[in-house]
Design a binder for this molecule. Structure first.
Ligand code: HEM
Ligand SMILES: Nc1nc2c(c(=O)[nH]1)N[C@H]1C(S)=C(S)[C@@H](COP(=O)(O)O)O[C@H]1N2
Ligand SMILES: [Mo]
Length: 336
């Protein structure tokens, strides 16, 4: 493959990796499986293209210098770090280094690489597509790259199983199981910058607003409900845990047949908007495995959203508001 085609192929593969990576983070139910497999293929295709790219890189470094060169080198290093951290997480060979998880390094490197990719591609401009790129030969080449990535994925997966690495037990989202079934082992995690809230249950109220009516619930009242659901908490940080949660189903707090969305708001201001039609399967939990929630897990009450990734499971809930706007009227991921 010549330099132009190599660069173009890499550009496409990186765009696909970024798009499917973002989608993998949104995936909570079955449709996520093919997305995550596609992500692994796109990510590993970077390694398949690496021998061709290394020729391009060596020529480029011999020819040029200056700031653009350092941006290019930094970009290349970040992509390799992202790939290495992705494989480290997927295999479970290295789940993290000290306080940072492999998944954090993975996504961090990819996100920092993104603006550098734009700069690098604009400065070098060596990836322009041509009509002939849609020829039969080009398709054949694409097939060879995809096949190579497929073989690599099988090899990584096979090695993970043979070596009995933790990655063999990961979920279709790529998340690894929290060891054991003790609910105290479930990590306490925040999406970005929230702090664990310590809330006095006697002063706490849950405000439920529907149409023009607002009703306040006390902790003692909510504690009286015994709705139970066993659900998987699957954090985008790369772990999951199945546990039994108890509390009150949201549809019991809302008028029947409500349309639109429900906005679930935390004492910290953190919030998610969910389809009102899902209220029957959403739980406002006050207990985890038969015990009141700990502060870290969201005491006095936290949302349990089966089939949704952890960032939907709002902790320290103070209000639930019915709203006519559709659930997708919000950023795809929380911004704080
Ligand atoms: C430069 C962009 C990226 C590249 C090259 C890349 C590459 C990879 C690779 C090679 C793997 C290991 C696949 C395997 O061995 O099964 C992986 C896994 C993963 N990546 Fe990425 N990735 C990128 C961006 C992202 C982003 C932006 C996200 C999320 C926002 C993400 C989320 C994940 C997840 C969840 C896994 C685990 C999947 C599994 O265990 O099968 N990636 N990535
Ligand atoms: N208020 C609030 N709720 C939150 C978060 C947060 O940052 N703030 N993080 C979410 C994320 S990303 C996850 S994975 C789960 C983690 O729940 P846990 O700490 O009980 O394991 O809480 C969710 N609820
Ligand atoms: Mo999370």
């Amino acid at each position: 493959m010549g330099p132009r085609r190599t660069n173009l192929a890499l550009l496409i593969v990186l765009m696909v990796a970024l798009a499917t990576g973002g989608l993998a983070f949104a995936a909570g139910t079955g449709w996520g499986r093919p997305v995550v497999v596609a992500h692994g293929l796109a990510g590993l295709a970077v390694l398949v293209l690496a021998p061709w790219k290394s020729v391009v890189v060596r020529r480029g470094l011999a020819r040029r210098s200056g700031a653009g060169r350092w941006a290019s080198v930094a970009f290349g290093v970040l992509v390799l770090v992202a790939v290495a951290a992705g494989v480290a997480h997927a295999t479970g060979a290295l789940a993290g280094l000290g306080p940072v998880s492999a998944m954090q390094v993975h996504v961090g490197a990819a996100l920092v690489a993104l603006p550098l990719l734009a700069w690098h591609a604009a400065a070098r401009g060596g990836a322009r597509a041509r009509r002939a790129d849609l020829s039969r030969r080009a398709l054949l080449r694409a097939g060879v790259v995809a096949g190579g990535a497929g073989l690599l994925l099988l090899a990584v997966e096979g090695a993970t199983r043979l070596a009995g690495l933790p990655g063999a037990r990961r979920r279709f989202t790529g998340s690894l199981p929290v060891t054991g079934t003790d609910p105290r082992r479930i990590p306490v995690t925040q999406w970005l910058d929230d702090r664990v809230q310590v809330i006095d249950p006697s002063a706490w109220r849950l405000r439920v607003t529907a149409a023009d009516a607002t009703r306040e619930w006390t902790y003692a009242e909510l504690e009286g409900f015994g709705d139970r659901v066993e659900a998987v908490l699957d954090c985008t940080g790369g772990w999951f845990a199945r546990a039994a949660w108890e509390g009150v189903r949201l549809d019991r707090l809302l008028p029947p047949g409500a349309g639109g969305s429900v906005v679930v708001v935390s004492a910290t201001g953190y919030r998610r908007r969910l389809p009102a039609g899902d209220a029957g399967s959403l739980l406002l939990a006050t207990r985890l495995a038969g015990r009141p929630l700990s502060a870290g897990h969201g005491f006095p009450a936290r949302l349990v959203a089966p089939g949704r990734r952890g960032f939907w499971w709002v902790k320290w809930v103070v209000s639930v508001e019915l709203d006519p706007a559709p659930w997708w009227r919000q950023p795809p991921f929380p911004l704080t």
